[in-house]
Design a protein. Sequence first.
Length: 140
Amino acid sequence: MKNDPLIELALQATDRSYSPYSQKKVGAAIRIDSGETYTGSNVENASFGATICAERSAIVRAISTHGPNLRIKEIAVATPSELPWAPCGMCLQVIAEFSTSDTSVTLVGSSGTTEVTTLGELLPRAFSRKEMTLSTDSPY
Ligand code: THU
C-alpha cells in the first residue's frame, strides 16, 4: 500500500490545505473510471460552517474539470491523526452521489498507517436518487 500513487497524491494535497482555524491539514485524491486522478485539500473559513473538506474539494474539482459523467473508483484521504479519520457524514453523502458501494476508501494516518475500506462499509444505507424513486410521491 505504501507508494500507492493515490496515497502519495493525497499526502501532497495536505500541503495545499487552508486550515488556519483548526491547523488540521487534510488531503484527498480520487481516481475516476477514466483513470484520471484529482486532488483536493480542506479549505476553511472564518464562518466555520463554510469550510469545505478535502474530499468534497477533490470531487468538485473532478466534476468541474471532467464533467459530471464519472464514477469514483477509489479515494484516498490523508488525515492529520495517528488513527486515521473517517470522512465526515457530509463528505460520505457527496462521495456516494458519484460512487458505488464497492468504491475503495483508503484512510491514511499521520504516521503512515493505512486503513482500506469501502464506501458501503462507511455509509451502508446511503440516501440516493433510488430512495426518491421508491417514494410514492416521487417527482421522478
Ligand atoms: N475535514 C476534512 O477535510 N475531511 C473530513 O472528512 C473531516 C474533516 C477537515 C475540515 C476542517 O478543515 C478540519 O478537517 C477539522 O475538522
